[in-house]
Design a protein around this ligand. Structure first.
Ligand code: AMP
Ligand code: GLY
Length: 436
């Protein structure tokens, strides 16, 4: 593999900070640039003030800086077709992009597309039907045939807000009407998927594929609700744990056979080239895996626990993806537990303030602090998003790792600091025993 590989990493969250941290350890790395990055990423590369959706600006930068590979963190540039943009350019087409083309990104960009894909390839998922404004009355009648809770999903990208789960039939009908007739989620809700509610416990499995071969990365569990005890509004994720104690080898084998293999083969059968990550959101229903959703990227904050457990050089994995030789790369995983606790701004996921000075980062010991929403202002890190810092720790056990993260969080201060104090508690053996 080439030495002195110059990488452009797109994105600005904790996921990208974790990627930057790992890429910086590669023996193949030349220069690492992060566009736009955050206050943490300059520790591992150079921040470049480019919006990942401004493809022309990305193109100029790539050509002027001898970039050998582009790694795309978030979904938006993929769904908008950044990979296709590269392939359609006479010079850029030789530069590999880690992340699927527009069609493959539809696995995340359209719920209707991904449900049809699962059905076509016999991948277990909740039963569903899709509706548009023209078929509203059929949609309302379909709701009547289902039992509560009702699950309504805007077809397109809706910044994680496009899923409505309602216990009440009348409310579900009203929601469907608003989504289809009033574009409640804008264009994203011109089409709505209504599906069966799955009872179980959620986890995510991550796959890296070159379109033919695949590697299954460590599984993770995300804590989506803002409040302790999984209460309150949904967020992008308040913390994560890897591995997932209830994802036994037996369960993960079912995931590989029933979900991962049919997904990679399905893409091939459908002639959808795919080079990048597939994030598979799963429900474990009495030990059986069902797919809730696909994403065309890594999760955030899941990346902050998955990446620290990977021993293999990330650029060797990416090179395998680019050359379709992923089968030749040996994926090595650390036998430890990683946890991350997200420090957020008070008010998130609703309104919150930005620009608060962050102190105490130098006091942190034995944890990795991945910046999620920060920027540098006059040389100082200030808050710049709802999710501010992901404090990751690894340890021999989950409790050991959690202890480190919570100890370090107490050192870090900013106005309006908030975090969940119960990450992983539902998975503690004593808690599980008490519940059973
Ligand atoms: P999605 O954006 O499709 O991942 O949905 C957001 C969240 O809604 C998921 O993480 C689940 O917690 C929940 N959810 C989605 N679909 C279902 C379903 N069919 N049954 C139960 N919960 C669901
Ligand atoms: N943490 C969930 C996501 O990245 O979509």
């Amino acid at each position: 593999m080439k030495q002195s590989f110059n990488i452009l990493l797109l994105g600005s969250g904790g996921r990208e900070h974790a990627f930057a941290w790992k890429i910086s350890q590669s023996k193949h790395l030349g220069k690492l640039y992060i566009a736009p990055g955050n206050a943490g990423t300059p520790a591992y590369g150079t921040n470049v003030n480019i919006d990942p959706l401004d493809f022309e600006a990305v193109k100029v930068f790539v050509r002027e800086n001898g970039i050998h590979m582009v790694v795309v963190g978030p979904e938006a540039p993929l769904v908008a077709g950044i990979h296709d943009f590269f392939l359609n350019d006479s010079v850029l087409k030789y530069i590999p992009v880690i992340g699927p083309q527009k069609e493959g990104a539809q696995l995340e960009g359209s719920k209707d597309f991904s449900k049809a894909f699962m059905l076509r390839h016999n991948i277990p998922t909740a039963a569903y039907s899709s509706f548009t404004a023209e078929t509203l009355s059929e949609g309302l009648a379909f709701i009547e045939t289902l039992d509560a809770p009702y699950v309504l999903k805007a077809d397109g990208l809706a910044a994680g807000k496009g899923v409505i789960i309602s216990e009440d039939e009348v409310e579900a009908k009203l929601e469907l009407t608003e989504m289809l007739m009033e574009e409640k989620f804008g264009e994203a809700s011109r089409k709505v998927v209504i599906e069966e509610f799955l009872h179980g416990i959620e986890l995510s499995v991550f796959v890296l594929t070159d379109g033919v071969n695949y590697k299954i990365l460590p599984a993770a569990k995300d804590y989506k609700r803002v409040g302790e005890g999984d209460t309150g509004l949904n967020t992008g994720g308040m913390g994560a744990i890897s591995p997932v104690p209830f994802a036994t080898d037996e369960f993960l084998k079912k995931v590989e056979e029933r979900v991962v293999i049919p997904t990679v083969n399905g893409l091939k059968k459908d002639n959808i080239p795919y080079t990048g990550f597939i994030f598979i959101g799963l429900m474990n229903v009495d030990g059986e895996p069902f797919v809730i959703e696909y994403n065309c990227r890594m999760g955030d904050p899941e990346t902050e626990v998955v990446i620290p457990r990977i021993k293999t050089d990330l650029l060797e994995l990416f090179e395998g993806v680019a050359n379709q030789t992923l089968d030749e790369v040996n994926l090595e995983i650390e036998n430890n537990t990683a946890v991350t606790v997200m420090m957020v701004a008070d008010g998130y996921p609703g309104n919150y303030e930005k620009g608060k000075v962050i102190t105490g980062l130098d006091e942190v010991e034995d944890s990795l602090v991945f910046h999620a929403g920060t920027k540098l202002l006059n040389g100082q890190a200030v808050t710049n998003g709802g999710r501010v810092l992901a404090v990751t720790s690894v340890g021999a056990s989950m409790n050991n790792a959690l202890g480190k993260s919570y100890r370090n969080i107490r050192q870090i201060e900013y106005d309006g600091k908030y975090y969940r104090k119960d990450i992983g508690f539902d998975l503690r053996e004593d808690v599980i025993e008490e519940r059973e």
